[in-house]
Design a protein around this ligand. Structure first.
Ligand code: ADP
Ligand code: MG
Length: 359
């Protein structure tokens, strides 16, 4: 589950991380009022949507008067923000966050992820903040610092200092950066997050270290333990099907079909897929299996001997797609590693053999 920037900042503030003062607004009038409350002479209006890359898509605007704050907010409300990360459907802006504009000296990147291979939390940092991590990895891979945390000791002051020195921060910024790094780690661990990202983490002209952006993701399957986090869910930002599943206590990855559900379900260890001639579903399933599934899939496709174009007598037949005949479908599924059984009576044996191999 994703949460909004303002929510992530609220949580991180509780772990000692410095963020600019700000307030949430759901109308341009309220945005102006927030700017007034915050004071100063520079504000940033930020669309609260579950996606990054807002800056380049017009979802982050720096303003110098309350009037500009009104206009910036007015411009964002109700708009669909399509960013490099949102997918073509975009996300609709229902709320904006108004925060104090900060004078930036340096922008850094700081992320925390679960390293699947070591099953440990890994800190990823770079002295080239502001860009997306994929861009940094491509353009300046040498600036990327990786540091795995030993869960038995946690992220120590020493380890945090090491990261800070590699980032090339001056002596006056060390304490602020160490506090930020250790605070993010504790937030990650204590709140069962699966990702924490501060991009950019900045050094300001008055020498503080601050999080200007914050992103957190949570494991849907651990949310029942975290009522406080569960309450941050914003259904307006989610795929309807994911929301429905979540309401029933399930975790679901949006796709046309049910495979995502099985992939996430702790009690499912293998999936049996039954296909038939006609329709694009098996071809779509093959793509999904290739990209997103790790559990073994066994498939039986009916109609192996049916001639191409044979009428099926239901709606599936009029959806035309590649891989329409049963042998074509078998080919597509086999290509992505699915075990194919030629006959339904062999499904049981195939499942047993897949389990035996996994054990
Ligand atoms: P996104 O990652 O979705 O584009 P960010 O919150 O990172 O959104 O904002 C984009 C850029 O806008 C930042 O890299 C930073 O340069 C600038 N920015 C964001 N918040 C502030 C702020 N409070 N004061 C000054 N500049 C900001
Ligand atoms: Mg950002």
């Amino acid at each position: 589950m994703d949460i909004h920037e303002y929510q992530a900042k609220d949580l991180l503030r509780g772990f000692g991380i410095k963020v600019p003062s700000g307030g949430l607004a759901d109308s341009p009038e309220q945005a102006t009022y927030r700017a007034h409350e915050i004071g100063g002479d520079k504000w940033v209006v930020k669309a609260q949507v579950h996606t990054g890359g807002r800056g380049k898509a017009g979802g982050v605007k720096v303003c110098s008067t309350e009037h500009e704050v009104f206009d910036a907010a007015d411009d964002m409300f109700g708009k669909k923000l399509v960013t490099s990360q949102s997918g073509p459907a975009g996300k609709i802006v229902y709320r904006v966050y108004v925060e104090s504009g900060v004078k930036i000296e340096r922008e850094l990147y700081l992320g925390f992820v679960l390293d699947r291979s070591s099953e440990r939390i890994m800190v990823v940092a770079s002295s080239s903040g502001g860009m997306e991590i994929e861009e940094i990895a491509q353009d300046q891979p040498d600036t990327i610092i990786r540091s795995v945390v030993d869960p038995a000791v946690g992220l120590t002051e020493f380890q945090a200092r090491e990261i800070v020195f590699k980032l090339g921060l001056g002596a006056s910024h060390v304490q602020g950066a160490v506090t930020t790094i250790r605070g993010c780690y504790r937030a990650f661990r204590d709140l069962d997050a699966t990702m924490v990202e501060i991009n950019p983490l900045v050094v300001t002209s008055d020498n503080s270290v601050m999080a200007l952006d914050a992103k957190m993701e949570f494991d849907d399957n651990a949310l029942f333990r975290r009522q406080q986090i569960m309450e941050l869910r914003d259904k307006s930002q989610e795929d309807l099907r994911e929301t429905k599943a979540a309401d029933q206590g399930l975790s679901y990855v949006g796709l046309d079909g049910n495979l995502g559900l099985f992939e996430c379900d702790a009690d499912t260890s293998a999936i049996v897929l039954i296909g038939e001639i006609g329709g694009p579903q098996e071809a779509e399933a093959a793509e999904f299996i290739r990209d997103r599934m790790r559990k073994p899939v066994i498939a039986y496709v009916a109609g192996l001997t049916a001639p191409k174009g044979k009428p099926m007598g239901h709606a599936g037949a009029i959806i035309s797609a590649f891989g329409e005949s049963a042998p074509e479908k078998v080919g597509l599924l086999r290509e992505v590693g699915v075990s194919i059984v030629p006959n339904p009576s062999e499904i049981g044996a195939a499942v047993r053999s897949v389990h035996a191999k996994a054990a």
